[in-house]
Design a protein around this ligand. Structure first.
Ligand code: ATP
Length: 322
């Protein structure tokens, strides 16, 4: 039996995840769905945002559908997302940004870089160690190469090698791997890349970059398609896979039924694709397109539909697709 762990998390995770879970349930009533509660809300209630048994539960799933968790800026609070990514070794964070005339996939290294977790706050100095390893770089660029080959497209490496030695290391390994695989590869400074993907999105296919640069780049890229409410992501490792919207818990709009559930619905579609149901993934996307075309939109896209109303409209279309 296929088992899906469902993590609502915090904030708008409680609103967008039920929409996506219902879509999965309509398409796959035979799957088993089980909740795992982690996040800041859990910490407030129990003093623990994510226990070992939660990680163990996630490991029993064939895939995880994940909302978002709030990470409060407190010195001794351990980020739940970082813990899960490391514990499940989800090294590739894949963020597709697809619009009129462009279709790019940002492949962000997900376990090291500036999110190494090796840091210290002293009285007068704080440090965070940016760790780039050969093994970590090879596995993310190989994923990028695999995607570029699959899509018949070229690869761009985003880096800041003019300043950071760790990115000279990253860039050189990426370029050498691409060359070895016979994949056409260009490299670009990450700040210039942020501007260029907005001005010439059609030039880009698969972009491989380090952890925080990929995080920023994909938020920038989301501008091309209408904002954060629209961009899904897959976190993939060799054994486990977790699917979540690129946006966070958005506490400013939480509990108001105004969050856009599209990013999470698309994450559910990526989950289905991962499990081999490409048809189900296509049904979710075409239902989203049909509802948008009918003029039903959430507030971030200039409409007035609530999260639930938009979700119900998508579910109706999926139910009628036959
Ligand atoms: P985090 O630190 O977890 O990333 P955040 O609130 O700083 O959380 P996001 O949650 O990514 O960042 O969101 C940034 C802003 O984008 C939010 O404040 C919200 O206004 C908007 N936003 C994010 N997701 C959505 C969504 N699904 N629908 C509508 N607006 C959204």
């Amino acid at each position: 039996m296929t088992r899906i762990a469902v993590v609502e998390g915090d904030g708008i995770g409680h609103e967008v995840i039920p929409v996506a879970q219902k879509a999965l349930e309509v398409l796959h009533p035979e799957y088993e769905y089980f909740p795992v509660e982690v996040g800041y809300g859990r910490w407030e209630q129990t003093g623990c945002p994510c226990a070992d048994r939660d990680i163990a539960a996630l490991r029993t799933a064939d895939a995880v559908l994940f909302g978002a968790v709030t990470t409060p800026p407190m010195k001794d609070y351990q980020s739940v997302v970082l813990r899960i990514r490391k514990a499940l070794d989800l090294y590739a964070n894949l963020r597709p940004v697809k619009g009129d005339g462009f279709d790019m996939m940002i492949a962000r290294e997900n376990t090291e870089g500036l999110y190494s977790g090796i840091e210290e706050i002293g009285p007068d100095r704080a440090t965070t160690l940016r760790v780039v390893t050969r093994a970590g770089t090879k596995r993310i660029v190989r994923e990028g190469i695999r995607l570029a080959q699959q899509r018949g497209e070229n690869l761009t490496i985003g880096h800041k090698a003019n300043v950071l030695k760790s990115d000279v290391f990253f860039r050189d390994i990426c370029v050498a791997e691409a060359k070895m695989a016979g994949v056409s590869c260009t490299e670009k400074l990450i700040d210039a890349l942020c501007l260029d993907i907005l001005q010439h999105p059609e030039k880009y296919d698969v972009i491989v970059t380090t952890n925080i640069f990929g995080d920023i780049l994909s938020d920038v890229a989301s501008y091309l398609i209408g904002g954060l409410g629209l961009v899904p992501s897959a976190n993939i490792g060799d054994r486990y896979a977790l699917f979540e919207p690129v946006h966070g818990s958005a506490p400013d709009i939480a509990g108001k039924n105004i969050a856009n559930p599209i990013a999470t619905l698309r994450s559910a579609a990526m989950l289905l694709e991962h499990l081999g149901d490409t048809g189900g993934a296509v049904r979710i996307e075409s239902a989203i397109q049909q509802v948008l075309a009918s003029g039903t939109r959430t507030r971030d896209l200039g409409g007035s539909a609530g999260t639930r109303e938009f979700g119900d409209a998508v579910l109706r279309v999926i139910g009628n697709q036959g």
